[in-house]
Ligand binder design. Structure first.
Ligand code: NAP
Ligand code: G4F
Length: 320
């Protein structure tokens, strides 16, 4: 029988890769779509005719209940969120509402309409924040450093709570940073690869950056959505760290991206306090042994390959 899935956050980076994966596997895919004056669906333009969209918003409980009734899903993937850490200091309340309470809105809709549906929550390594141990694993205590991180901790624990209170099949994927050519240009990887390509083509003169010493565990989004799906195919629900186990500085990212285009980054990068955060997450490094052992999840794209893929994609897009 054809399985059906309901996805929130379909227009975002992960939503687009997950939708491709689910369609490939033969799922009927339903997706929540926010009404906007100018619809932008760049990431899913190529598959939009295969998806059934249902209008709604994570902040509007009724619209989620309606979406559950229409889609009657076997699996629910809650990827929607205000996901940019920098913006969470400018819009902390909105971030709390969508990234935090939005999870409860979605869980309630599932509980009321289709409690047997399997539920995936997009939790984040940002919850580890000012890390208390390295590498970080599923049991590492959380110490969030941004309104976004605080909201994700709430979303994480409410997911665990619904699993324990109502015996729902609810999983939380604690995903470390993952990137792709579909990443928003405000995030550091895409900001750098887009700028390097623009500079190469003479469309931009400099790149203004924040903290180059921050360290992240960066993987490829296409690999990470496979882990989301695998979590919902297990016999029992659980939480998993998904990461590469490799850490690089923002400066290394800049070096590789500019180097790919034979540019010396030092000639173009300018430090601008505007991009330095009120509270920084200095380093993130995940150990995903549990996911490898229980899910059989494997990484395919490494860091340098990822950055190269993004630079090449930006250069090709901008050259058109
Ligand atoms: P993204 O590209 O920023 O996409 C966010 C999605 O959420 C968009 O489709 C957006 O829709 C939707 N959205 C935002 N507010 C909404 C609301 N109130 N109601 C309905 N939809 C709403 O994020 P991503 O990188 O794909 O990440 C997916 C999820 O994983 C997010 O929850 C993020 O916090 C989490 N996460 C990401 C990473 C990472 O490194 N990428 C790591 C850990 C966790 P519009 O197009 O309408 O704005
Ligand atoms: O790319 P970023 O904005 O990602 P950040 O803050 O790590 O958050 C991302 O990963 C989380 C998982 O850990 C997700 F939950 C979240 O939704 C998002 O996808 O920044 C990465 C690092 C930070 O330390 C930041 O201070 O890069 C540093 N950075 C330095 N200069 C900069 C810049 N970040 C941005 N966005 N822009 C800069 O100019």
């Amino acid at each position: 029988m054809t399985k059906s899935a309901f996805v929130t956050g379909i227009t975002g980076q992960d939503g687009s890769y997950l939708a491709e994966l689910l369609l490939e596997k033969g799922y009927k895919v339903f997706a929540l779509r926010r009404r906007t004056s100018t619809p932008i669906m760049e990431n899913i333009e190529h598959i939009k005719n295969e998806i059934e969209f249902i209008d709604g918003d994570l902040l509007d409980q009724g619209s989620l209940i309606n979406a559950m009734r229409i889609s009657d899903p076997d699996e629910v993937y809650n990827l929607a969120a205000q996901s940019f850490v920098g913006t969470s200091w400018i819009q902390p309340v909105l971030t709390g509402q969508s990234t935090g309470i939005g999870v409860t809105n979605m869980l309630e809709a599932v509980r009321l309409v289709k409690p047997e549906a399997r539920f995936y929550q997009a939790s984040s390594s940002e919850m580890f924040g000012k890390v208390v141990e390295t590498p970080q694993i599923e049991t590492t205590p959380f110490y969030p450093r941004s309104p976004y991180g605080v909201a994700k901790v709430y979303g994480h624990w409410i997911t665990v709570n619904y699993r324990e209170s109502y015996d729902m099949f609810a999983c939380s994927g604690i995903l470390f940073n993952h990137e792709s050519p579909r990443r928003g240009v405000e995030f550091v990887t895409r900001k750098v690869t887009d700028a390097a390509a623009r500079i190469k083509l003479g469309l931009q003169k400099e790149l203004r950056m924040g903290n180059l010493d921050a360290k992240r565990d960066w993987g490829f989004a296409g690999d990470y959505v496979k882990a989301m799906w695998l979590m919902l195919q297990q016999d029992t629900p659980d939480d998993y760290v998904i990461s590469t186990g490799e850490m690089h500085t923002v400066q290394e990212l800049v070096e590789i991206a500019f180097g790919r285009l034979d540019l010396n980054w030092r000639d173009y990068v300018v430090i601008d306090e505007k991009f330095v955060r009120p509270a920084e997450v200095d380093l993130l490094l995940g150990d995903c042994t549990k996911a490898k052992q229980n899910l059989g999840w494997e990484l395919e794209v490494g860091f340098e390959q990822l950055v190269t893929m993004m630079v090449d994609s930006d250069l090709a897009k901008l050259s058109k």
